[in-house]
Design a protein around this ligand. Structure first.
Ligand SMILES: [Zn+2]
Length: 107
């Protein structure tokens, strides 16, 4: 990985759970998905984002009203071809730990 990329590492510990390593990554030289991978020039990415809005019933159907309120952003982007992590929000590692049972909260 590039020396100027921002990589911050944190640890997180829930009571009675193993210490979890979490990471923030912002790859230097990559501006977004209209920009090719700085490592291999690929334009294919694995991307995870979060998105939410205001929900309510309208004629018995739940509808989303993003004109009232919405919230979205990027959680993780990696190059599809070389696997280089180009962006990672620290929340991604926490989500993954919950989903893969690393923290033991899955049912
Ligand atoms: Zn790549």
């Amino acid at each position: 990985m590039d020396d100027e990329s921002v990589v911050n590492q944190y640890t997180l510990q829930f009571e009675d759970e193993p210490v979890l390593d979490i990471e923030y990554v912002d790859h230097d030289g990559w501006e977004g998905m209209d920009d090719p991978c700085p490592e291999c020039d690929s334009t294919e990415f694995d991307h995870v984002r979060y998105e939410g809005g205001h929900y309510g019933q309208h004629h018995d159907t739940v509808t989303e009203r993003t004109d009232y309120w919405d919230q979205k952003g990027s959680l993780y982007t990696a190059c599809y071809d070389c696997g280089e992590v180009l962006y990672k929000n620290p929340a991604y590692d926490i989500l993954e730990a919950f989903e893969t049972d690393e923290l033991g909260y899955s049912e």
